[in-house]
Write a protein that binds this ligand. Structure first.
Ligand code: DX5
Ligand code: ZN
Length: 216
């Protein structure tokens, strides 16, 4: 089963309601919502008030990707805003285990996002506690960047680790996912494809979502 999580970072915010409606009618599985603080990443996007509004426009799970420092300060606020899964970056969490427990105790799925330079081996002693590994295939901060090919190797190693331990952790790939590379990413072992520009810049986003979902 492949999950498609369109990233609303690339949508037309002047038509947010229509964009949500389009996703509701599409085969998209999750809404991927990118929160940036201008500190951890060199860009600022949106926060809980926008997520809260999006929450009222969909019943699909809202997958929130926090590209912020000190995410533990905002875990509860994002839950209140309607996040179903919350991913924090491994690079900013000094107490990752505690952060994950906090996320789960609030009833959300816990995700750990990993930058292109961070080895997947860093997850070795926490993997059993994580629901989703959000492997960054670009440097976070911007949509529309090119997929970093070394990600394939990281997907394969991570998949091996998950498989060997009999875990159910999902591997989600974020950044530079296109109709051309989707099959390769899935063959390497990914479960979820996050796609911003590929979906929202497409002349027919619903058809593109379907193509991504049934690609092989
Ligand atoms: C990057 C974000 C991504 C981004 C993906 O910092 O985490 O979710 O929106 O955009 P595309 O698919 O355009 O690379
Ligand atoms: Zn993201």
């Amino acid at each position: 089963m492949v999950f498609i999580a369109p990233s609303l970072l690339a949508c037309n915010f002047l038509k947010l309601e229509e964009e949500c409606k389009m996703l509701n009618e599409s085969e998209a599985d999750w809404f991927h919502l990118d929160v940036m603080d201008g500190r951890f990443v060199p860009n600022i996007s949106f926060g809980m008030s926008i997520i809260q509004q999006i929450r009222t426009a969909t019943k699909k799970p809202c997958d929130v990707h926090l590209m912020i420092e000190e995410p533990e300060k905002y875990t509860e606020a994002f839950r209140k805003a309607g996040a179903d899964s919350l991913s924090v970056h491994i690079e900013v969490c000094r107490h990752l285990h505690r952060n994950i427990q906090q996320i789960k105790s609030l009833g959300m799925k816990a995700g750990v996002a990993v930058n292109p330079h961070s080895p997947v081996d860093l997850l070795s002693d926490i993997l059993q506690d994580i629901d989703i590994v959000l492997l960054m295939s670009v440097n976070p901060g911007f949509g529309g960047q090119e997929f970093i090919p070394h990600t394939y190797q990281k997907i394969r190693s991570l998949k091996k680790m998950i498989h060997e331990r009999g875990l159910k952790t999902l591997i989600s790939i974020d950044g530079g996912v296109t109709l051309e590379n989707a099959a390769g990413i899935l063959h390497a072992g990914a479960d979820v494809l996050v796609a911003g520009s590929t979906v929202f810049q497409s002349p027919d986003p619903k058809a593109t979502i379907k193509q991504l979902k049934y690609t092989d």
